[in-house]
Design a protein around this ligand. Sequence first.
Ligand code: PDD
Length: 280
Amino acid sequence: MNLAYVNGQYLPRLDAAVSIEDRGYQFADGVYEVIWLKNGTLIDEAAHFKRLKRSLKELSIAMPTTERALSIITHELIRRNHAKQGDYMLYIQITRGTARRNHLFPKATRPSLVMTLTRFTPPTEAEINKGVKIITHPDIRWGRRDVKSIALLPNILARQKAGEAGAREAMLVNGDTVTEGSTANIFIVKRGVLITHPADNQILNGVTRLAILALAAKLQIKIEERAFTTKEVAAADEIFISSTTAGVLPVSQLDAKKITVGKIALKLYAAYQDYVSAQC
Ligand code: PDD
């Protein structure tokens, strides 16, 4: 049976619930993380928990437990779900808690903590070699995209449009600038240089993004962390996306334009696979 953790209890997932007055439900007043659980190991665990703490701090939401307790709960959820083999997404959501609806922060409310484990299949090598389609879509999100907030309405609308177009991801654009995808970061390669948007308030600083940048530096690939335009993407030699669930995923079509899956993307894919395996 799949068990979820909800505010102190491990419950059958279908019975697990929070109050209708949870501020996550009413205001999207909360943050989340998605971590890859591979054969019992949480990949880049420390980086995900560091980002979770940062997101909470930026929104003045308290940690619902100590860090040590959070880690114990996580590992207990994995144990109770017999999830030590295979690939799962650990989803962690923390909201400001439950209180009568009022825009002001409630004074004496404990944050809500929910965790679930869901099986998933990382892209296969055949999918990596084939690449995926992405579409261009306006970025209509708020000004603090660096916070992993559960307010994902613009993201889901863009992702839905991508799905309707038979695409895996929507490349979000602000005016002329490409920020990231609706659920992933975006990299382009031009003349051997790896280019991605800098980690400012315009994008979520992906944990996978950070790992890729470190691996690229080790492989002596030239890196430019800077804003780039839709024109540059159209003229790029390679495009790929990155996230916890996609890993390094090459793009083979942008809107109507076909793109060849490139050498640098495949090199970084292989390096990332080794990097992940080394943690397990
Ligand atoms: N998405 N940008 C956005 C907007 C994201 O939602 C994500 C992750 C990323 C990549 O971050 P990371 O490499 O840390 O997964 C970038 C997760 C997987 C999700 O919402 O399901």
